[in-house]
Ligand binder design. Structure first.
Ligand SMILES: [Ca+2]
Length: 247
């Protein structure tokens, strides 16, 4: 040990002895004050520990995401219009969005839709008829989008529910339909053929049922029929599922 290190240690020892002597003097002169101080320190330490232990942990609010997955008979086609149509209360009459893409009843009971065409996702709220039926949908890059992709026969769309329906809270029922065609939604008096869609009485998901898988297996009565025309196979939805997750 060097002499300077030894010197430092010696000084530290002397300070400890000096401090201890001071405590002894205090204790001797005023034992009550000294004991009260110790009790006060113990109480303060207990309170501080208790506060830190039971302090509320800040909660990050969780958000609900509606996940929609469609599978087609052949690879998703660039010339097919894929519509995911939704209807929110109080509009619903128990049937959901109708599979009608033209003429007077076009987009009947559609509140909102997501469209996939030429591998591009777009979206539209239908508030003013017939203008919103004929307008081009908006790019689907909004705050509602959580994720979306097309891969082979799969179409996946995940959307934030709290950004889908305003004002909040999100209603407990959302009605859906999946509709395909080779021409877009229009109010014009033309014949837009619906290739595939869910059958009436429609599909409803409850937003309170977080984590519950809803699929075509549970709804044979409304599932979209299988197509027989081979040219329409990219537009043939053969299976689908929905789920609401909290993230
Ligand atoms: Ca089908």
């Amino acid at each position: 040990m060097s002499s300077s290190r030894f010197h430092q240690n010696l000084l530290a020892l002397l300070q400890v002895i000096r401090g201890w002597n001071l405590i002894k003097v205090c204790f001797r002169h005023n034992r009550t004050v000294f004991l009260s101080g110790i009790v006060l320190v113990i109480i303060l330490q207990f309170l501080l520990e208790g506060c830190s232990r039971y302090a509320p942990v800040p909660q990050i609010p969780r958000r609900k995401v509606l996940r929609i997955s469609l599978t087609t008979r052949e690879n998703v086609g660039s010339d097919v219009y894929y519509y995911i149509a939704m209807e929110f209360p109080p509009d619903n009459d128990g049937e959901g969005p109708r599979a009608i893409l033209s003429r007077e009843r076009s987009g009947e009971d559609w509140t909102y839709y997501i469209r996939l065409f030429d591998y591009q996702f777009t979206e539209k709220f239908i508030k003013t008829r017939p203008q919103d039926l004929d307008a081009l949908p908006d790019p689907f890059g909004s705050s509602r989008l959580y994720d979306s992709y097309v891969s082979g026969k799969y179409i996946q769309v995940d959307i934030y529910l709290d950004e889908l329906i305003k004002p909040l809270p999100v209603p407990d029922e959302i009605w859906l339909n999946f509709i395909t065609s080779r021409a877009p939604l229009t109010s014009a008096a033309v014949n837009v053929r619906v290739i595939d869609a869910l059958k009436s009485p429609g599909l409803m998901i409850r937003t309170s049922q977080v984590g519950q898988l809803i699929s075509n297996d549970q709804y044979p009565n409304i599932d979209s029929p299988d197509l027989t025309d081979e040219g329409d196979f990219p537009a043939d939805i053969v299976s689908w599922w929905l789920r609401i997750d909290e993230i």
